[in-house]
Design a binder for this molecule. Structure first.
Ligand code: SIN
Length: 314
């Protein structure tokens, strides 16, 4: 039995069917899924029945998993790889103020276009997100194809951005409220990296934009005004609707994205509704990105993000 791959949008996204991902997969099926991931950048599995253990087992067939999240000191007991995405959980932890700030798009994790954990020198290679409870309306996630966004640039602009590097950090894109509980956790667990603005994908060899509004603080070696102008241009390109796909979640839906070639937008249309939205994510350990000139990303603060990650909390 082979998987069935059905593309769902012009530049990104495919539905994968004819596979039960709660069961161990054959080497051929793992390779077919990997190929679909690299071609379509985000793939969707519907009606799956995963729990924490089988989600972790599914993920491990594609590589080593990281610890849950750079700032999450309370992953589910016995499942340090699981990061639970639930705004109510964050509000409980960091106070109602977190929710208010999120609505203003201050925190990259709750809302705003981002690629996962690019503040790390080795951002995750892939992310696997499973829906447990989703609202009847709203709460969709969108992804964009960063390779298509790069390829859509004119040749002179491509040649220019190929030479640039940028700093990424938590709070780099969206301001984190100074003096808040959350900002203390971020400062105590500082992760800062300098990445190429254009990343060469280690498997496909494709070039993709590697900046995102959530984590990129600035382009290095240029003035603040120049950095803002360049980033604004690239963000306008990478968020163009034609490069995106939008997922309407249902319980049992699993999204698996290539975190080296996509950015995604968590929903911001449900905070005013009294609804629950609980999803669980695992991330595949990534390598240091490499730019078109062959230069690797540089670590500025923190350590590589791996399974061994520990979170300091006062
Ligand atoms: C994430 O950023 O990984 C979560 C996306 C979502 O909540 O839709």
């Amino acid at each position: 039995m082979s998987i069935i791959v059905r593309p769902v949008a012009g530049h990104i996204g495919a539905d994968i069917s004819n596979v039960d991902i709660s069961q161990p997969l054959s080497t051929d099926t793992v390779q077919d899924i990997r190929d679909a991931l690299h071609t379509y950048k985000v793939i969707f599995f519907r009606g799956q029945q995963l729990d924490h253990a089988s989600q972790i087992a599914f993920g491990r067939q594609f590589g080593e998993l990281t610890y849950a999240h750079p700032h999450d000191d309370t992953p589910p007991e016995d499942f340090p790889e699981i990061y639970t995405v639930d705004p109510k959980r964050y509000e409980k932890k960091y106070g109602a103020e977190f929710g208010v700030a999120s609505r203003r798009r201050r925190y990259s994790y709750y809302t705003g276009w981002h690629t996962d954990v690019t503040a790390a020198v080795n951002p995750p290679a892939g992310s696997i997100l499973r829906a447990e409870v989703v609202p009847d309306i709203g709460g969709d996630t969108q992804w964009t194809n960063l390779v298509a966004a790069y390829e859509g640039l004119s040749e002179p602009v491509k040649a220019f951005v190929d030479t640039l590097r940028a700093e990424h950090r938590y709070g780099g894109g969206y301001q984190i409220t100074a003096g808040s509980k959350y900002s203390k956790v971020v400062e105590d667990n500082l992760l800062v990296a300098i990445h190429p603005v254009v990343r060469v994908h280690p498997v496909t060899g494709e070039k993709g934009l590697f900046v995102n509004p959530g984590f990129t603080s600035h382009i290095v070696g240029v003035s603040a005004r120049e950095s803002k102008a360049v980033l604004d241009l690239l963000y306008a390109e990478l968020t163009r609707p034609e490069y995106t796909v939008r997922l309407r979640w249902a319980k049992g839906t699993v999204a698996f994205w290539d975190n080296r070639a996509t950015a995604h937008l968590a929903p911001s249309d449900i905070e005013h509704l009294e609804v629950q939205r609980t999803l669980h994510r695992v991330t595949l350990t990534g390598e240091r990105p490499v730019g078109p000139d062959g230069q690797e990303s540089e670590l500025v603060a923190g350590k590589e993000f791996t399974a061994k990650h520990t979170v300091l909390v006062d």
